[in-house]
Design a protein around this ligand. Sequence first.
Ligand SMILES: Cc1cc2nc3c(=O)[nH]c(=O)nc-3n(C[C@H](O)[C@H](O)[C@H](O)COP(=O)(O)OP(=O)(O)OC[C@H]3O[C@@H](n4cnc5c(N)ncnc54)[C@H](O)[C@@H]3O)c2cc1C
Ligand code: HEM
Length: 414
Amino acid sequence: MLSTQSASVVRATLPAVGASLGAITELFYRRMFEERPDLLRGLFNRANQANGAQSEALAGAVAAFATALVDHPDERPDAMLGRIANKHASLGVTSDQYRLVGRHLLGAVEELLGDAVTPAVAAAWDEVYWLMANALIAMEARLYAEAGVENGFVWHDMEIDERTEESPDTASFVLRRRDGLPTEPFLPGQYVSVQVELPDGARQIRQYSLSAAPGHKTWRITVKRERSTDDLVPEGEVSSWLHAHARPGRTLKVSLPFGDLVLPDGDGPLLLASAGIGITPMLSMLDHLATVSPDRPVTVIHADRSPAQHAHRLELAELVHRLRDASLHLWYEDRAAEWYESFGDAPGEPGTPTAHVREGRADVSGLLLPKDTTAFLCGPLPFMQAVRSDLLAHGLGPAAIHYEVFGPDLWLSK
Ligand SMILES: Cc1cc2nc3c(=O)[nH]c(=O)nc-3n(C[C@H](O)[C@H](O)[C@H](O)COP(=O)(O)OP(=O)(O)OC[C@H]3O[C@@H](n4cnc5c(N)ncnc54)[C@H](O)[C@@H]3O)c2cc1C
Ligand code: HEM
């Protein structure tokens, strides 16, 4: 909780600081990377720096935290902090790095707001920073302890055991530990970070959801290749590298699993809604459910460009088929009828997994969902926003709708 003197200063300066937060976080990163260029090449995602997404995510998180401190001093925005802490833990962020970030963040506030930053204002925002930093440091310490590692030691060598092309743009990689031990446990829905060394010597890290259930001796990730769409949008650095170079026998540096989008225990009804590569955490959840609770009611929704582009489409249908009380609803923008051809059978033939296949944009408004459904969403932001609106209109409470963004979470703080 903020001290009384800082609370009034933060309340008074929040509009001015809030209005400049975009510029503050941009300057913060610029100044920090001037001092420590190794962090941009070896820890931070340089695409998110180039397109401004990480600056926006940081500005949004700081604004949301400061607003919560003055508006609801007795509540801490733990959902937001937990999401950040899991991302940090998957990158091996260490507690001592918070001093460097704090120095540059507060330095950027002073540099941009000039004389308005009196000693009292600087002290109040320093307090906000350290309340947030210490909450994150404590959460990260707990995550590291639960994973059984020291502060930030999350990386280990994994060997690629198998590679499978799942669609023209996606490949899955089965990973096993180089020391022969079983892979660490994780919760369905969690992800790992993968680091690769690029041709210019930079080390870049990206997250990939585990796309099969825990409990196997191996992990599996599925990577969509981010292609260049025009001269202004380059191809994705890590996904293209993995598609070009990651073959069986090669070793990758992979983090332990982290992530806060996890399946709740119990037997309540579930909705799993994904689009495109957002299918990966859902596959892990379904694989897990099919093994441990095949009677749980589950509605599965997936949207994709066409059946041919839909990675893991047969596996998805088979997993849903293994659940006794589940339904599968598929929406394709194009060529929906080709889904049936995947099975070499006509719709409704014995042995053919049944699905409701439609052409067009996903529309969940017509589905019959129990009011106590817990929903999990993963896909592009517009898809998730549309599904969430439909679910709220359906009577689901906001707390029952969980989601994962495959990038800096720009939704959380909006
Ligand atoms: C929790 C989580 C789970 C994830 N799970 C998966 C998963 O299971 N499977 C999966 O495939 N992905 C997953 N992702 C996404 C993944 O981490 C990467 O973001 C993705 O592979 C793209 O990385 P990249 O290095 O190939 O692209 P990047 O190089 O990071 O580029 C990303 C995008 O930014 C654009 N870009 C780059 N530079 C610029 C610039 N200067 N100006 C404008 N645009 C630019 C690129 O064209 C590209 O479209 C997940 C992400 C998160 C956070
Ligand atoms: C109070 C301090 C901090 C705050 C508020 C903060 C906030 C955030 C936020 C909001 C994200 C995006 C999370 C997401 O949506 O996935 C993020 C990611 C990240 N943070 Fe922090 N952070 C802090 C400290 C640090 C420190 C000390 C480091 C280490 C130097 C660090 C390194 C990173 C990295 C590498 C990412 C991922 C960047 C990317 O993928 O583009 N952060 N942080």
